[in-house]
Design a binder for this molecule. Sequence first.
Ligand code: MTE
Ligand code: MO
Length: 187
Amino acid sequence: MNGRVASRKSGWKVWGLVGALCLGGVDVTAAPAPAGSGPAAVPPAARPAPTLALGPSTSPRVLTLEQLRALPSVTYRVEQPQLRRSFSYRGVTLRDLAELGGFGGQDLRLYASNGYLALIRARDYLNAPIMVAYEADGHAISVRDKGPLTVVLPPEPARYRTLAYSGAWVWYVNRLTPVQAGAQGGK
Ligand SMILES: Nc1nc2c(c(=O)[nH]1)N[C@H]1C(S)=C(S)[C@@H](COP(=O)(O)O)O[C@H]1N2
Ligand SMILES: [Mo]
């Protein structure tokens, strides 16, 4: 990682992987499985609808998928570098989301439901339509494909397709906060 994108992985990642394989996107932070009971016991109908929180956990604005879908959207085709498949993604720009959260133009922390955290600089999202995508090829994004909400970077500039930015493709994203809000938990 260089200075543009900082990221860390935590012990929660294993839950994220379990979730990706078996859980079908249940946010384990919102619905922890009792020890010993398999997350696979949660039927698809019990999956909580995805939400995106804007701002620190003490004072978030929480958008439902429906509310996200009602915002102005961008659509473009790009290859998801970890899946190595190209999709036409649709979603809301980080620029608009930060504005809506009241922290437009600030560097952002992006949290995922598996405990992953990445930083995206204002100079990146202000100059390119980096988005939180909720749709790929006209469909909801499956957990297998890193959804239901996933950060997508446009094909240009070319640096977005380098290793330095691979950590910015935050899968299962569920919260954005301004970096200046301090060391808030991501949950
Ligand atoms: N939710 C989530 N998104 C994530 C990660 C993660 O652990 N969890 N890892 C990031 C990092 S640091 C990189 S390099 C790529 C990892 O993709 P790969 O494991 O397919 O190489 O996804 C990024 N997005
Ligand atoms: Mo990475």
